[in-house]
Design a protein around this ligand. Structure first.
Ligand SMILES: Cc1cc2nc3c(=O)[nH]c(=O)nc-3n(C[C@H](O)[C@H](O)[C@H](O)COP(=O)(O)OP(=O)(O)OC[C@H]3O[C@@H](n4cnc5c(N)ncnc54)[C@H](O)[C@@H]3O)c2cc1C
Length: 471
């Protein structure tokens, strides 16, 4: 089948952006029998972070985070997406690499699988072009899924349509190291608390130990290191979930020890009686196991500084870097103000948004919102009733956060809406607290775990009801 914006005989849903959200939305529409014209600007027009012309390229980490669907919110989101036939989760499952309790993927294998599936789908046509002007697409339905690196021309048009003043903030990417350049006489393989996950062994991460003096010197070096400056974005805030390490170091000397350098749940087999003061973890980045990324090490240090400073880490003295960290712009809407609950632009309802640009955060969340945007657009196209997933499901909780679940500031300052990963705080509380078998109230960590399990069980139950055919 062939159709285009210039051929109104078959009018497709236009999707702008073939990233995680756009690819998932296209897939959901096609599976519902709706034709799609997917506009992806790479490789004609690159972004500052993407390196290939694959659809659904992962620009930084290769992890989809926890796959625990019983007691983890993102694990529950995985479950719900698989239940709804997600292309992104399906391709992730096929391209898994070992990563403890996390679902991590061979990044190229994953993106190739998504690209292939979309290319083979007869109802989806791909056009490699930058959409600079929405009017070129006519007046039919459009899904904008252009992500954090939306091209500047389109970002300007979106700003004008929404009447907002700003769409951008900072985001940073972590370095990748060749495994054979890591000294395993100093570093060692182990997952935190020896946790086994899907396809994992309990020893999936490479750990580099620092003693107190080494940690102190490392923090000094990070703070003093030469950084890339982006003066034009001086007033653009960082997103707390993806802070550069040097910014964390500046916030407090112990901050990194309680974040990406925490030493807990790990024992150095080279020196088992000595506890490391801090530990840097590297996670497998490709199926071959030749590349490892420095977990949580987003940075805006200059490249030469990264090489110099990271080679002071025990085990990385001779590290060779396949990719160094960098700093990039992010873009998101003030969604609670400008979108309706069905992700449509209030001022132009034929335009729907999906992915990170809606103000969700993370690969999985972006794909999940793409999945819902695709399903909603399909229902609309087919003249069916639009139904929101219950907010007790992870996907419903996420939409609720984006389109209204946040708290406005009370001091007339700027809106408090910030991108956020899915978390249990976004789920409505349980009507009754979980109890022990004998009816007694649970306490401490047991209560926390029981609560999470009850929330995910409720989500699964409510998703089943929502997905059941309407009678
Ligand atoms: C530098 C960086 C690092 C990140 N690291 C992580 C991480 O480690 N883990 C994580 O979970 N999340 C991370 N994120 C956040 C986010 O989850 C990802 O960016 C995710 O890819 C967002 O999915 P998306 O589909 O919304 O956008 P994308 O996957 O970026 O897809 C958007 C697509 O739209 C295309 N496009 C843009 N403008 C146009 C246009 N005008 N016309 C046509 N096509 C266009 C782009 O080329 C791109 O392919 C990171 C983000 C950035 C910017």
């Amino acid at each position: 089948m062939s159709f285009s914006s210039k051929n109104p005989a078959i009018s497709p849903v236009h999707i702008i952006g073939g990233g995680l959200a756009g690819s998932e939305a296209a897939w959901q529409l096609a599976k519902a029998g709706v034709p799609v014209l997917l506009h992806e600007m790479r490789p004609v027009q690159p972004t500052p972070a993407h390196q290939t012309d694959f659809l659904a390229e992962l620009v930084c980490s290769n992890s989809f985070r926890s796959d625990d669907a019983m007691s983890n919110a993102v694990g529950q989101l995985h479950y719900e997406m698989r239940r709804m036939g997600s292309l992104i989760l399906g391709c992730a499952d096929q391209n898994q690499v070992p990563a403890g309790g996390a679902l991590a993927v061979d990044r190229d294998g994953f993106a190739k699988a998504v690209t292939q599936a979309i290319a083979n789908e007869p109802l989806i046509q791909i056009e490699r072009e930058e959409v600079r002007d929405l009017d070129q697409l006519g007046s039919g339905p459009v899904i904008i899924a252009t992500g954090p690196l939306t091209s500047p021309a389109l970002a300007q048009q979106i700003l004008a349509l929404t009447g907002e003043e700003q769409l951008a903030f900072f985001d940073a990417i972590a370095p990748i190291v060749y495994r054979d350049s890591i000294d395993l006489n100093t570093a060692w393989f182990q997952s935190r608390y020896d946790k086994m996950g899907p396809g994992g062994t309990g020893a999936d991460y490479i750990n580099c130990p620092l003693d107190r003096d080494q940690y102190g010197a490392f923090i000094d070096a990070l703070i003093a290191g030469d950084k890339t400056e982006f003066k034009q974005w001086e007033n653009v805030p960082y997103f707390d979930g993806c802070l550069p390490i040097e910014v964390m170091a500046e916030r407090g000397r112990e901050t990194l020890r309680h974040g990406p350098m925490k030493p807990f749940g790990l024992t150095n087999p080279h020196n088992p009686t000595k506890k490391a003061y801090a530990i840097i973890q590297l996670r497998q980045d490709n199926a071959l196991g030749t590349l490892y990324n420095m977990v949580g090490f987003q940075t805006k240090l200059k490249h030469a500084e990264q090489v110099r400073i990271f080679r002071t880490i025990p085990g990385l003295e001779s590290a060779e870097f396949a990719r160094l960290g960098g700093l990039h712009r992010n873009t998101f809407l003030n969604s609670p103000r400008v979108l309706d609950p069905f992700l449509r632009l209030k001022s132009r309802p034929q335009i729907r948004f999906a992915g990170q640009i809606t103000g969700c955060e993370g690969y999985v969340e972006s794909a999940a919102i793409g999945l819902m945007a695709g399903r909603m657009a399909a229902s609309e196209y087919r003249g069916e009733e639009l139904r929101l997933p219950p907010s007790t499901t992870a996907i419903g909780a996420l939409i609720n956060h984006i389109t209204g679940g946040h708290v406005e500031t009370i001091d007339a300052g700027p809106s408090s809406f910030q991108p956020m990963n899915i978390n249990f705080g976004q789920f409505p509380p349980l009507a009754d607290p979980p109890l022990e078998q004998d009816g007694k109230r649970l306490k401490g960590p047991e209560r926390g775990l029981a609560r999470k399990r009850a929330l995910t069980a409720r989500g699964k139950h409510d998703l089943d009801l929502w997905l059941a055919p309407q009678g």
